[in-house]
Ligand binder design. Structure first.
Ligand code: FAD
Length: 303
């Protein structure tokens, strides 16, 4: 059975065949993928997984594609996005101190959640302003800045586990760390609940603006990228090591080590995944050769 006929019996799924992933990654890199699907509801997501498993095409869930490098392709893979299925935002109050409890679907843009907090005087997520993630991707990666991590305010996450069971997992059952939340392998994050604090709109807005201003000053936001490429090794700055290894501005094809922030690789126009991978390997070798430090990749290279 081919994909189109297998999916014709699944209602409420938008799908495209041979969709270039460059359209769905912040690097603007990635070739055609066999199946790209956006279920319109959680029920449609569950139904979609059945034919995908039957056809035996491996699948991944993609958030905003802001921490991945997708292959030049073509790629025998199904990619599922939850932008339509899990994009709700729910709010409730709790306790005498009026603590704010927010629930966000995994496909919700993190910036939409932060905007909501700004407009409604809710404090706790400002440190994540400017991270172009979905809530699901931010949970999986435990998105953070030097001011805080998303795990700081997480209460629980809802998952669809590898056995197809929907369940909640509490923060204390997870192992949040540097760019990881410890979400069990092969689980799909459906949504997450956060406990936050009341604060004046003006104060939340001022904090968000300060953080965004700092990003504009220090990060090469004019170009397509996936943010930092490497983790900071043992408290040292990866960007500093790359700069001191003489690689600022180093270029392979249209992939370039940013002159503004050496831990970022920017796409100067038509970079290919293979240019970026070659550049990543060059950086790893040079930094190891110069400092004896093995850099660990922060971005996920899809393969
Ligand atoms: C300009 C820029 C600035 C950035 N700044 C920061 C920063 O300050 N701090 C920081 O931590 N990161 C930063 N990043 C990196 C990136 O935004 C984060 O890692 C973010 O958490 C990734 O979210 P995403 O939705 O784009 O996930 P994706 O990149 O789409 O996916 C990341 C991983 O999570 C998995 N995944 C995504 N959604 C789900 C889901 N619902 N269920 C199961 N698995 C899922 C994917 O399969 C993949 O393995 C930046 C990136 C850019 C481009």
């Amino acid at each position: 059975m081919n994909i189109s006929s297998a999916l014709s019996s699944v209602p409420d799924v938008e799908f495209r065949l041979d969709e270039p992933l460059a359209r769905h990654t912040t690097f603007r890199v990635g070739g055609p993928v066999r199946l790209f699907a956006r279920p319109r509801s959680e029920k449609a997501l569950f139904a979609l997984l059945e034919p995908i498993r039957e056809l035996d095409i491996p699948f991944i869930v993609l958030g905003a594609g802001s921490n991945v490098l997708a292959p030049d392709g073509p790629w025998e893979m199904s990619v599922i996005q939850l932008h339509l299925a899990c994009n709700g935002l729910l709010r409730s109050e709790q306790g005498a101190d009026g603590q704010k409890v927010l629930y966000a679907g995994a496909g919700t843009k993190l910036q939409k959640l932060i905007l909501y907090c700004m407009e409604n005087g809710i404090e706790g997520l400002e440190s994540l302003a400017g991270i172009p993630a979905t809530v699901g991707g931010a949970i999986v990666m435990n998105a953070s800045t030097s001011f805080g991590a998303i795990s700081d305010s997480l209460v629980y996450a809802d998952l669809l586990d590898a056995d197809g069971q929907r369940r909640s997992i509490r923060r204390d059952q997870l192992t949040p760390g540097y760019r990881t939340m410890g979400i069990p392998e092969s689980s799909i994050v459906l949504g997450a609940c956060f406990k936050l604090r009341p604060r004046s709109n003006g104060m939340v807005k001022a904090r968000v603006e300060q953080i965004l201003k700092n990003r504009r000053r220090t990060q090469p936001l004019r170009f397509h990228s996936a943010g930092s490429i490497f983790k900071n090794p043992g408290g040292r700055s990866a960007g500093y090591l790359i700069e001191k290894a003489g690689l600022k501005g180093y270029r392979i094809g249209d992939a370039q080590v940013s002159r503004k922030h050496a831990n970022w690789i920017v796409n100067r126009g038509d970079a290919l995944a293979r240019d970026i991978i070659e550049l990543i390997e060059k950086i790893e070798n040079e930094v190891y050769g110069t400092f004896g430090v093995r850099l660990e990749r922060e971005i996920r290279i899809l393969e």
